[in-house]
Design a protein around this ligand. Structure first.
Ligand code: HEC
Length: 112
């Protein structure tokens, strides 16, 4: 009789400890992102001449989504934007040849 009691209590203890382990395995729910940070949005612009210059110079401060979101513009319009990036916001593009190649690329993909 004493032996039975021993086995039963052992069984109960083992059952209890396995429950504790199971509880530990339940992972807390991972938080769900509820908003989109525009700078985390990865945008791939269309392949065309000059894309390397845009990738190298135009995504250090913001997402390329800024370019994608613009309406189609004339060469004059894009020129104004790129010069604004350099003069007002300090985009480090000192070479006017590079500025012109970037403008040409932008006109190719979103010109009118
Ligand atoms: C030194 C940082 C910097 C660099 C480099 C930069 N930009 Fe910007 N850009 C800005 C800022 C600041 C804004 C305004 C952000 C805002 O309004 O939230 C902006 C806004 C824009 C916009 C939105 C329209 C507008 O007129 O404000 C476009 C399009 C744009 N940039 C294109 C470009 C292109 C093309 C290049 C590469 C030649 C470039 N940016 C490089 C800082 C930069």
């Amino acid at each position: 009789m004493k032996k039975h009691f021993f086995y039963i209590s052992l069984f109960v203890v083992l059952l209890y400890s396995s429950c504790i382990n199971m509880e530990e395995k339940v992972k807390p729910p991972t938080p769900v992102e509820t908003s989109i940070d525009i700078n985390k949005v990865i945008v791939l612009l269309p392949e065309a001449k000059g894309i390397d210059l845009v990738n190298a110079n135009c995504m250090t401060c913001h997402s390329l989504r800024y370019i994608e979101m613009q309406p189609d513009m004339s060469k004059k319009g894009w020129d104004k934007i790129v010069k604004k990036m350099v003069k007002m916001y300090g985009a480090p593009i000192s070479d006017t040849l590079v500025v012109n190649q970037i403008v040409d690329y932008l006109v190719t993909i979103k010109g009118k």
